[in-house]
Design a protein around this ligand. Structure first.
Ligand SMILES: C[S@@+](CC[C@H](N)C(=O)[O-])C[C@H]1O[C@@H](n2cnc3c(N)ncnc32)[C@H](O)[C@@H]1O
Length: 474
Protein backbone atom coordinates (compact mmCIF):
# COMPACT_ATOMS: atom_id res chain seq x y z
CA UNK A 1 0.00 0.00 0.00
CA UNK A 2 1.23 3.48 -0.81
CA UNK A 3 2.24 5.73 2.08
CA UNK A 4 -0.29 8.44 1.13
CA UNK A 5 -3.15 5.93 1.28
CA UNK A 6 -2.06 4.67 4.68
CA UNK A 7 -2.02 8.24 5.89
CA UNK A 8 -5.56 8.93 4.73
CA UNK A 9 -6.84 5.82 6.52
CA UNK A 10 -5.08 6.85 9.73
CA UNK A 11 -6.43 10.36 9.38
CA UNK A 12 -9.94 8.94 9.08
CA UNK A 13 -9.59 6.76 12.14
CA UNK A 14 -8.18 9.53 14.30
CA UNK A 15 -10.67 12.12 13.15
CA UNK A 16 -12.81 12.46 16.31
CA UNK A 17 -15.91 13.57 14.39
CA UNK A 18 -15.88 10.36 12.34
CA UNK A 19 -14.73 8.09 15.14
CA UNK A 20 -17.60 9.22 17.33
CA UNK A 21 -20.05 7.42 15.02
CA UNK A 22 -17.88 4.45 14.02
CA UNK A 23 -18.28 2.32 17.17
CA UNK A 24 -15.32 0.18 16.28
CA UNK A 25 -15.33 -3.03 18.33
CA UNK A 26 -18.74 -2.38 19.95
CA UNK A 27 -21.03 -5.39 20.35
CA UNK A 28 -23.94 -5.10 17.95
CA UNK A 29 -25.71 -8.21 19.25
CA UNK A 30 -26.87 -7.16 22.70
CA UNK A 31 -30.48 -7.64 23.88
CA UNK A 32 -32.82 -9.03 21.23
CA UNK A 33 -30.48 -7.64 18.54
CA UNK A 34 -28.84 -11.08 18.68
CA UNK A 35 -31.94 -12.84 17.27
CA UNK A 36 -31.31 -12.86 13.54
CA UNK A 37 -28.86 -11.75 10.90
CA UNK A 38 -30.04 -9.55 8.00
CA UNK A 39 -28.41 -7.71 5.08
CA UNK A 40 -27.36 -4.12 5.78
CA UNK A 41 -28.60 -4.15 9.38
CA UNK A 42 -28.28 -0.85 11.20
CA UNK A 43 -26.04 -1.08 14.22
CA UNK A 44 -27.96 -0.43 17.46
CA UNK A 45 -25.41 2.15 18.66
CA UNK A 46 -26.40 4.49 15.80
CA UNK A 47 -30.11 4.29 16.62
CA UNK A 48 -29.29 4.73 20.31
CA UNK A 49 -27.18 7.82 19.73
CA UNK A 50 -29.68 9.40 17.34
CA UNK A 51 -32.56 8.90 19.78
CA UNK A 52 -30.48 10.30 22.64
CA UNK A 53 -29.47 13.36 20.61
CA UNK A 54 -32.70 14.19 18.79
CA UNK A 55 -35.48 12.20 20.45
CA UNK A 56 -35.10 13.04 24.15
CA UNK A 57 -38.81 13.65 24.80
CA UNK A 58 -40.12 11.65 21.89
CA UNK A 59 -43.41 9.80 22.29
CA UNK A 60 -43.54 8.19 18.84
CA UNK A 61 -40.75 6.85 16.63
CA UNK A 62 -41.30 5.62 13.07
CA UNK A 63 -39.05 3.49 10.88
CA UNK A 64 -40.32 3.36 7.26
CA UNK A 65 -37.85 0.56 6.32
CA UNK A 66 -37.66 -1.21 9.65
CA UNK A 67 -35.99 -4.46 8.47
CA UNK A 68 -35.28 -6.46 11.61
CA UNK A 69 -36.32 -3.59 13.88
CA UNK A 70 -33.04 -2.23 15.24
CA UNK A 71 -34.39 1.27 15.80
CA UNK A 72 -37.69 -0.12 17.12
CA UNK A 73 -35.92 -2.05 19.90
CA UNK A 74 -33.82 1.00 20.79
CA UNK A 75 -37.00 3.10 20.89
CA UNK A 76 -39.04 0.82 23.16
CA UNK A 77 -36.26 0.41 25.72
CA UNK A 78 -36.36 4.20 26.05
CA UNK A 79 -40.10 4.21 26.68
CA UNK A 80 -41.06 5.41 23.19
CA UNK A 81 -43.98 3.91 21.23
CA UNK A 82 -42.67 2.68 17.89
CA UNK A 83 -44.11 1.94 14.47
CA UNK A 84 -42.21 0.10 11.76
CA UNK A 85 -43.08 -1.02 8.28
CA UNK A 86 -41.32 -3.31 5.81
CA UNK A 87 -42.47 -5.06 2.67
CA UNK A 88 -40.44 -8.17 3.51
CA UNK A 89 -42.58 -10.54 5.62
CA UNK A 90 -39.56 -12.25 7.20
CA UNK A 91 -38.14 -8.88 8.33
CA UNK A 92 -41.52 -8.03 9.86
CA UNK A 93 -41.60 -11.31 11.74
CA UNK A 94 -38.12 -10.70 13.15
CA UNK A 95 -39.06 -7.14 14.20
CA UNK A 96 -42.17 -8.45 15.89
CA UNK A 97 -40.23 -11.08 17.81
CA UNK A 98 -37.50 -8.64 18.86
CA UNK A 99 -40.03 -6.29 20.44
CA UNK A 100 -42.19 -9.01 22.08
CA UNK A 101 -41.91 -10.41 25.59
CA UNK A 102 -43.07 -14.02 25.93
CA UNK A 103 -43.61 -15.23 29.48
CA UNK A 104 -40.47 -17.00 30.74
CA UNK A 105 -42.64 -19.63 32.37
CA UNK A 106 -44.26 -20.60 29.05
CA UNK A 107 -41.00 -20.22 27.12
CA UNK A 108 -38.90 -22.38 29.44
CA UNK A 109 -41.60 -25.01 29.45
CA UNK A 110 -41.51 -25.18 25.65
CA UNK A 111 -37.70 -25.24 25.61
CA UNK A 112 -37.85 -28.23 28.00
CA UNK A 113 -40.33 -29.95 25.68
CA UNK A 114 -38.07 -29.18 22.77
CA UNK A 115 -35.05 -30.78 24.47
CA UNK A 116 -37.17 -33.82 25.18
CA UNK A 117 -38.37 -33.86 21.59
CA UNK A 118 -34.77 -33.77 20.29
CA UNK A 119 -33.90 -36.83 22.39
CA UNK A 120 -37.03 -38.86 21.76
CA UNK A 121 -38.76 -37.92 18.51
CA UNK A 122 -38.74 -40.55 15.78
CA UNK A 123 -37.29 -39.96 12.32
CA UNK A 124 -39.90 -39.42 9.63
CA UNK A 125 -39.77 -41.87 6.78
CA UNK A 126 -39.82 -39.60 3.74
CA UNK A 127 -40.48 -41.47 0.53
CA UNK A 128 -40.23 -38.30 -1.47
CA UNK A 129 -39.15 -34.81 -0.42
CA UNK A 130 -41.91 -32.65 1.11
CA UNK A 131 -43.51 -29.90 -0.91
CA UNK A 132 -42.49 -26.51 0.47
CA UNK A 133 -44.21 -23.77 -1.60
CA UNK A 134 -41.61 -21.24 -2.64
CA UNK A 135 -38.74 -23.76 -2.98
CA UNK A 136 -38.92 -25.54 -6.31
CA UNK A 137 -35.73 -27.63 -6.02
CA UNK A 138 -35.65 -28.49 -2.35
CA UNK A 139 -32.90 -31.13 -2.71
CA UNK A 140 -30.68 -28.60 -4.43
CA UNK A 141 -30.78 -26.38 -1.36
CA UNK A 142 -30.95 -28.98 1.45
CA UNK A 143 -29.46 -32.42 2.03
CA UNK A 144 -32.02 -35.22 2.66
CA UNK A 145 -31.07 -35.61 6.35
CA UNK A 146 -31.46 -31.83 6.80
CA UNK A 147 -34.89 -31.81 5.13
CA UNK A 148 -36.09 -34.57 7.45
CA UNK A 149 -34.91 -32.76 10.61
CA UNK A 150 -36.27 -29.37 9.50
CA UNK A 151 -39.61 -31.01 8.86
CA UNK A 152 -39.65 -32.45 12.39
CA UNK A 153 -38.80 -29.01 13.81
CA UNK A 154 -41.56 -27.40 11.76
CA UNK A 155 -44.10 -29.90 13.07
CA UNK A 156 -42.91 -29.31 16.66
CA UNK A 157 -43.25 -25.51 16.27
CA UNK A 158 -46.77 -25.89 14.92
CA UNK A 159 -47.80 -27.53 18.22
CA UNK A 160 -46.82 -24.45 20.27
CA UNK A 161 -49.95 -22.72 21.50
CA UNK A 162 -48.59 -19.50 23.00
CA UNK A 163 -48.24 -16.97 20.14
CA UNK A 164 -45.20 -15.18 21.57
CA UNK A 165 -43.40 -18.45 22.35
CA UNK A 166 -44.21 -19.74 18.87
CA UNK A 167 -42.76 -16.53 17.36
CA UNK A 168 -39.60 -16.93 19.44
CA UNK A 169 -39.12 -20.47 18.11
CA UNK A 170 -39.88 -19.46 14.52
CA UNK A 171 -37.05 -16.91 14.54
CA UNK A 172 -34.55 -19.49 15.82
CA UNK A 173 -35.89 -21.89 13.18
CA UNK A 174 -35.43 -19.31 10.43
CA UNK A 175 -31.70 -18.97 11.14
CA UNK A 176 -31.44 -22.76 11.49
CA UNK A 177 -32.94 -23.17 8.01
CA UNK A 178 -30.39 -20.82 6.54
CA UNK A 179 -27.39 -22.24 8.36
CA UNK A 180 -28.24 -25.85 7.57
CA UNK A 181 -29.01 -25.14 3.90
CA UNK A 182 -26.47 -25.59 1.13
CA UNK A 183 -26.20 -21.81 0.77
CA UNK A 184 -22.84 -20.22 1.46
CA UNK A 185 -23.21 -18.67 4.85
CA UNK A 186 -20.96 -15.70 4.19
CA UNK A 187 -23.17 -14.49 1.33
CA UNK A 188 -26.53 -12.76 1.57
CA UNK A 189 -27.50 -13.94 -1.91
CA UNK A 190 -28.35 -17.57 -2.58
CA UNK A 191 -25.15 -19.26 -3.78
CA UNK A 192 -24.66 -22.97 -3.26
CA UNK A 193 -21.43 -24.31 -1.79
CA UNK A 194 -18.82 -25.57 -4.25
CA UNK A 195 -19.14 -29.37 -4.82
CA UNK A 196 -16.05 -30.25 -2.71
CA UNK A 197 -17.29 -28.19 0.23
CA UNK A 198 -20.82 -29.50 -0.18
CA UNK A 199 -19.61 -33.10 0.10
CA UNK A 200 -18.15 -32.37 3.53
CA UNK A 201 -21.08 -30.25 4.70
CA UNK A 202 -23.07 -32.17 7.29
CA UNK A 203 -24.87 -29.74 9.59
CA UNK A 204 -26.31 -30.83 12.93
CA UNK A 205 -29.75 -29.27 12.58
CA UNK A 206 -30.98 -29.89 16.13
CA UNK A 207 -27.76 -28.58 17.63
CA UNK A 208 -27.99 -25.37 15.55
CA UNK A 209 -31.59 -24.85 16.67
CA UNK A 210 -30.71 -25.50 20.34
CA UNK A 211 -27.88 -22.99 20.31
CA UNK A 212 -30.06 -20.33 18.70
CA UNK A 213 -32.73 -20.86 21.36
CA UNK A 214 -30.15 -20.58 24.11
CA UNK A 215 -28.50 -17.46 22.70
CA UNK A 216 -31.81 -15.74 21.99
CA UNK A 217 -33.16 -16.54 25.45
CA UNK A 218 -30.18 -14.76 27.00
CA UNK A 219 -30.79 -11.73 24.77
CA UNK A 220 -34.46 -11.75 25.72
CA UNK A 221 -33.59 -11.89 29.42
CA UNK A 222 -31.55 -8.69 29.11
CA UNK A 223 -34.25 -6.99 27.03
CA UNK A 224 -36.95 -7.90 29.57
CA UNK A 225 -34.82 -6.70 32.47
CA UNK A 226 -34.50 -3.29 30.77
CA UNK A 227 -38.21 -3.20 30.05
CA UNK A 228 -39.02 -3.91 33.70
CA UNK A 229 -38.34 -0.19 34.37
CA UNK A 230 -41.87 0.41 33.00
CA UNK A 231 -43.87 -0.62 36.03
CA UNK A 232 -47.50 -0.15 35.04
CA UNK A 233 -49.11 -1.76 31.99
CA UNK A 234 -49.97 1.69 30.59
CA UNK A 235 -46.37 2.84 30.71
CA UNK A 236 -45.04 -0.13 28.69
CA UNK A 237 -44.30 1.26 25.21
CA UNK A 238 -46.15 -0.25 22.27
CA UNK A 239 -44.53 -1.61 19.09
CA UNK A 240 -46.62 -1.89 15.92
CA UNK A 241 -45.24 -3.48 12.79
CA UNK A 242 -46.95 -3.16 9.40
CA UNK A 243 -46.28 -4.14 5.81
CA UNK A 244 -47.32 -1.02 3.91
CA UNK A 245 -45.14 0.44 1.20
CA UNK A 246 -44.25 4.04 2.03
CA UNK A 247 -43.73 4.77 -1.68
CA UNK A 248 -47.45 4.29 -2.20
CA UNK A 249 -48.55 6.17 0.92
CA UNK A 250 -48.95 5.94 4.69
CA UNK A 251 -52.42 4.83 5.80
CA UNK A 252 -53.93 7.48 8.11
CA UNK A 253 -55.45 4.77 10.29
CA UNK A 254 -51.92 3.57 11.13
CA UNK A 255 -50.07 6.89 11.40
CA UNK A 256 -51.75 10.26 11.60
CA UNK A 257 -50.25 13.30 9.88
CA UNK A 258 -48.02 15.45 12.15
CA UNK A 259 -47.83 12.75 14.84
CA UNK A 260 -44.29 11.32 14.71
CA UNK A 261 -41.52 12.86 16.84
CA UNK A 262 -38.59 11.12 15.22
CA UNK A 263 -37.84 8.89 12.24
CA UNK A 264 -34.74 6.72 12.57
CA UNK A 265 -34.16 4.60 9.51
CA UNK A 266 -31.77 3.11 6.99
CA UNK A 267 -33.35 2.89 3.54
CA UNK A 268 -32.14 0.31 1.03
CA UNK A 269 -29.10 1.41 -0.97
CA UNK A 270 -30.90 0.88 -4.24
CA UNK A 271 -28.87 -2.11 -5.34
CA UNK A 272 -31.36 -4.80 -4.34
CA UNK A 273 -31.09 -6.48 -7.74
CA UNK A 274 -27.35 -6.73 -7.60
CA UNK A 275 -25.87 -6.84 -4.11
CA UNK A 276 -28.29 -6.64 -1.23
CA UNK A 277 -31.23 -8.80 -2.29
CA UNK A 278 -33.47 -8.84 0.79
CA UNK A 279 -36.01 -11.15 -0.83
CA UNK A 280 -33.36 -13.60 -1.96
CA UNK A 281 -31.76 -13.62 1.48
CA UNK A 282 -35.13 -14.41 3.09
CA UNK A 283 -36.45 -16.89 0.51
CA UNK A 284 -35.58 -20.25 2.07
CA UNK A 285 -36.60 -19.33 5.63
CA UNK A 286 -39.77 -17.56 4.47
CA UNK A 287 -40.79 -20.62 2.47
CA UNK A 288 -40.22 -23.03 5.39
CA UNK A 289 -42.16 -20.69 7.66
CA UNK A 290 -45.04 -20.50 5.18
CA UNK A 291 -44.82 -16.71 4.95
CA UNK A 292 -46.72 -15.06 2.17
CA UNK A 293 -44.87 -14.17 -1.03
CA UNK A 294 -41.44 -15.57 -0.26
CA UNK A 295 -40.63 -14.60 -3.83
CA UNK A 296 -41.25 -11.29 -5.48
CA UNK A 297 -40.08 -9.13 -2.55
CA UNK A 298 -37.11 -7.88 -4.55
CA UNK A 299 -39.40 -6.71 -7.35
CA UNK A 300 -41.48 -4.70 -4.87
CA UNK A 301 -38.47 -3.00 -3.29
CA UNK A 302 -37.82 0.64 -4.09
CA UNK A 303 -36.62 0.94 -7.68
CA UNK A 304 -37.96 -2.54 -8.46
CA UNK A 305 -40.08 -1.16 -11.31
CA UNK A 306 -37.88 0.46 -13.95
CA UNK A 307 -39.16 3.72 -15.45
CA UNK A 308 -38.74 4.35 -19.16
CA UNK A 309 -38.04 8.07 -18.76
CA UNK A 310 -35.76 9.77 -16.25
CA UNK A 311 -38.02 11.71 -13.85
CA UNK A 312 -37.41 15.24 -12.61
CA UNK A 313 -36.20 15.17 -9.03
CA UNK A 314 -35.60 18.12 -6.69
CA UNK A 315 -31.86 17.53 -6.40
CA UNK A 316 -29.60 19.23 -8.88
CA UNK A 317 -26.55 17.26 -7.87
CA UNK A 318 -28.32 13.93 -8.17
CA UNK A 319 -29.82 14.90 -11.54
CA UNK A 320 -26.40 15.87 -12.90
CA UNK A 321 -24.92 12.60 -11.62
CA UNK A 322 -27.67 10.54 -13.28
CA UNK A 323 -27.03 12.44 -16.52
CA UNK A 324 -23.35 11.46 -16.31
CA UNK A 325 -24.32 7.81 -15.90
CA UNK A 326 -26.72 8.12 -18.84
CA UNK A 327 -23.82 9.20 -21.03
CA UNK A 328 -22.19 5.85 -20.26
CA UNK A 329 -25.25 3.60 -20.04
CA UNK A 330 -28.83 4.81 -20.49
CA UNK A 331 -30.40 1.62 -19.08
CA UNK A 332 -28.43 1.83 -15.83
CA UNK A 333 -29.31 5.53 -15.56
CA UNK A 334 -33.01 4.63 -15.83
CA UNK A 335 -32.62 1.99 -13.12
CA UNK A 336 -30.86 4.42 -10.82
CA UNK A 337 -33.43 7.17 -11.47
CA UNK A 338 -36.30 4.75 -10.76
CA UNK A 339 -34.86 4.05 -7.33
CA UNK A 340 -34.50 7.74 -6.46
CA UNK A 341 -37.97 8.50 -7.77
CA UNK A 342 -39.37 5.90 -5.34
CA UNK A 343 -37.18 7.24 -2.55
CA UNK A 344 -38.50 10.74 -3.19
CA UNK A 345 -42.11 9.55 -3.22
CA UNK A 346 -41.52 7.72 0.05
CA UNK A 347 -39.87 10.77 1.64
CA UNK A 348 -42.82 12.91 0.50
CA UNK A 349 -45.12 10.62 2.48
CA UNK A 350 -42.82 10.31 5.50
CA UNK A 351 -42.36 14.11 5.63
CA UNK A 352 -46.07 14.56 6.25
CA UNK A 353 -46.37 12.31 9.31
CA UNK A 354 -43.53 14.00 11.21
CA UNK A 355 -44.56 16.76 13.62
CA UNK A 356 -43.37 20.33 13.01
CA UNK A 357 -40.10 20.47 14.95
CA UNK A 358 -39.69 16.67 14.63
CA UNK A 359 -36.62 14.93 13.19
CA UNK A 360 -35.89 12.66 10.24
CA UNK A 361 -32.63 10.69 10.62
CA UNK A 362 -31.58 8.70 7.56
CA UNK A 363 -28.52 6.43 7.56
CA UNK A 364 -27.33 6.05 3.97
CA UNK A 365 -24.42 4.85 1.91
CA UNK A 366 -23.30 6.34 -1.38
CA UNK A 367 -22.93 3.49 -3.81
CA UNK A 368 -21.17 3.63 -7.15
CA UNK A 369 -22.68 2.95 -10.55
CA UNK A 370 -20.45 2.82 -13.62
CA UNK A 371 -17.65 4.15 -11.46
CA UNK A 372 -19.64 7.23 -10.45
CA UNK A 373 -20.61 7.90 -6.84
CA UNK A 374 -24.30 8.56 -6.30
CA UNK A 375 -24.73 11.38 -3.74
CA UNK A 376 -27.58 9.80 -1.77
CA UNK A 377 -26.74 11.88 1.32
CA UNK A 378 -27.12 15.11 -0.64
CA UNK A 379 -30.25 13.84 -2.39
CA UNK A 380 -31.88 13.13 1.00
CA UNK A 381 -31.05 16.68 2.15
CA UNK A 382 -32.46 18.15 -1.07
CA UNK A 383 -35.60 16.02 -1.03
CA UNK A 384 -36.48 16.91 2.57
CA UNK A 385 -35.51 20.57 2.06
CA UNK A 386 -37.99 20.80 -0.81
CA UNK A 387 -40.67 19.64 1.64
CA UNK A 388 -40.15 22.23 4.35
CA UNK A 389 -37.29 20.69 6.34
CA UNK A 390 -33.97 22.18 7.43
CA UNK A 391 -30.68 20.34 7.41
CA UNK A 392 -29.36 19.95 10.96
CA UNK A 393 -26.27 17.81 10.48
CA UNK A 394 -24.65 15.01 8.51
CA UNK A 395 -22.59 12.67 10.66
CA UNK A 396 -19.99 10.62 8.93
CA UNK A 397 -18.86 7.12 9.83
CA UNK A 398 -16.37 4.64 8.54
CA UNK A 399 -17.85 1.14 8.49
CA UNK A 400 -15.42 -0.99 10.51
CA UNK A 401 -14.43 -4.52 9.46
CA UNK A 402 -14.72 -3.67 5.82
CA UNK A 403 -12.19 -2.56 3.26
CA UNK A 404 -11.21 1.06 3.93
CA UNK A 405 -12.04 3.80 1.44
CA UNK A 406 -9.09 4.60 -0.76
CA UNK A 407 -9.35 8.33 -0.42
CA UNK A 408 -11.36 11.06 1.27
CA UNK A 409 -14.09 11.91 -1.21
CA UNK A 410 -16.40 14.84 -0.58
CA UNK A 411 -19.77 14.12 -2.13
CA UNK A 412 -20.46 17.70 -3.15
CA UNK A 413 -18.52 17.23 -6.36
CA UNK A 414 -20.58 15.80 -9.20
CA UNK A 415 -19.16 12.69 -10.82
CA UNK A 416 -16.45 12.02 -8.27
CA UNK A 417 -15.49 8.42 -8.73
CA UNK A 418 -13.17 7.25 -6.02
CA UNK A 419 -15.41 6.44 -3.10
CA UNK A 420 -16.38 2.97 -1.95
CA UNK A 421 -19.27 1.85 0.25
CA UNK A 422 -17.14 1.73 3.37
CA UNK A 423 -18.58 4.96 4.67
CA UNK A 424 -22.02 5.85 5.88
CA UNK A 425 -23.71 9.22 6.23
CA UNK A 426 -26.24 9.93 8.92
CA UNK A 427 -28.37 12.76 7.60
CA UNK A 428 -30.44 14.65 10.17
CA UNK A 429 -33.28 16.91 9.03
CA UNK A 430 -35.83 18.84 11.10
CA UNK A 431 -39.30 19.85 10.01
CA UNK A 432 -39.66 23.61 10.15
CA UNK A 433 -42.21 24.66 12.73
CA UNK A 434 -44.39 26.55 10.24
CA UNK A 435 -43.95 24.25 7.29
CA UNK A 436 -47.09 22.10 7.59
CA UNK A 437 -48.63 23.50 4.44
CA UNK A 438 -45.41 23.17 2.42
CA UNK A 439 -45.12 19.44 3.03
CA UNK A 440 -48.80 18.86 2.24
CA UNK A 441 -48.61 20.78 -1.03
CA UNK A 442 -45.48 19.08 -2.22
CA UNK A 443 -46.80 15.62 -1.45
CA UNK A 444 -48.30 15.49 -4.92
CA UNK A 445 -45.43 14.12 -6.93
CA UNK A 446 -44.93 16.90 -9.39
CA UNK A 447 -42.67 19.93 -9.68
CA UNK A 448 -44.07 23.30 -10.83
CA UNK A 449 -43.48 24.28 -14.43
CA UNK A 450 -41.88 27.67 -15.28
CA UNK A 451 -45.26 29.03 -16.41
CA UNK A 452 -46.92 27.96 -13.17
CA UNK A 453 -44.08 29.50 -11.15
CA UNK A 454 -44.46 32.92 -12.85
CA UNK A 455 -48.24 32.73 -12.38
CA UNK A 456 -48.02 32.08 -8.65
CA UNK A 457 -45.32 34.79 -8.30
CA UNK A 458 -47.70 37.30 -9.92
CA UNK A 459 -50.55 36.14 -7.66
CA UNK A 460 -48.39 36.62 -4.57
CA UNK A 461 -47.33 40.13 -5.69
CA UNK A 462 -50.98 41.13 -6.29
CA UNK A 463 -52.13 39.88 -2.87
CA UNK A 464 -49.17 41.71 -1.22
CA UNK A 465 -50.19 44.96 -2.92
CA UNK A 466 -53.81 44.47 -1.84
CA UNK A 467 -52.70 43.86 1.75
CA UNK A 468 -50.53 46.98 1.77
CA UNK A 469 -53.46 49.03 0.43
CA UNK A 470 -55.90 47.71 3.02
CA UNK A 471 -53.25 48.35 5.72
CA UNK A 472 -53.03 52.01 4.66
CA UNK A 473 -56.80 52.29 4.78
CA UNK A 474 -57.08 50.67 8.19
C1 LIG B 1 -31.22 -1.39 4.97
S1 LIG B 1 -32.58 -2.44 5.28
C2 LIG B 1 -33.13 -1.93 6.86
C3 LIG B 1 -32.36 -2.62 7.94
C4 LIG B 1 -32.86 -2.26 9.33
N1 LIG B 1 -32.52 -0.91 9.70
C5 LIG B 1 -32.30 -3.23 10.34
O1 LIG B 1 -31.54 -2.80 11.21
O2 LIG B 1 -32.56 -4.44 10.21
C6 LIG B 1 -33.80 -1.78 4.21
C7 LIG B 1 -35.18 -2.43 4.31
O3 LIG B 1 -36.07 -1.72 3.47
C8 LIG B 1 -37.08 -2.62 3.04
N2 LIG B 1 -37.76 -1.98 1.90
C9 LIG B 1 -37.32 -1.79 0.65
N3 LIG B 1 -38.21 -1.12 -0.08
C10 LIG B 1 -39.25 -0.85 0.76
C11 LIG B 1 -40.47 -0.15 0.61
N4 LIG B 1 -40.81 0.37 -0.56
N5 LIG B 1 -41.31 -0.03 1.68
C12 LIG B 1 -40.96 -0.57 2.87
N6 LIG B 1 -39.80 -1.26 3.07
C13 LIG B 1 -38.97 -1.39 2.02
C14 LIG B 1 -36.31 -3.90 2.73
O4 LIG B 1 -37.16 -5.02 2.76
C15 LIG B 1 -35.28 -3.89 3.86
O5 LIG B 1 -35.72 -4.68 4.92
Amino acid sequence: MKKSLQLSILEELFNPAINEWTFNGASTRELTHCYHDYPARMIPQIAEKLIDLYGRNAKLLFDPYCGTGTSLVEGVIRGIDVIGTDINPLARMISQAKTSMPSFFALDNSIRHFNDFVLRSQAINLEKPPLIPGISRIEFWFKPQVIEKLLRLKIFIETLEDDNVCLFFKIAFSETVRESSNTRNDEFKLYRYQPEKLKLFNPNVFYIMSSKLKRNRLGLERFVSLMSQFKSTESVPIAKIYGFNTVEGIPEEYIRKNSVDIVVTSPPYGDSHTTVAYGQYSRLSAAWLGLEEPEGVDRKLMGGKIQKKIPRLPSEQLTETIELIAQKDQKRANEVASFYQDLYKSITNVAQVIKPGGFACYVVGNRKVKGIVLPTDVAIINFFSSLGYEHIDTHNRVIPNKRMPLRNSPTNVVGINDETMTREYIVVMRRRRRAGVVAEKQSVYRTQSKKEKTKSKKKRAISKKAKRRSGKRG
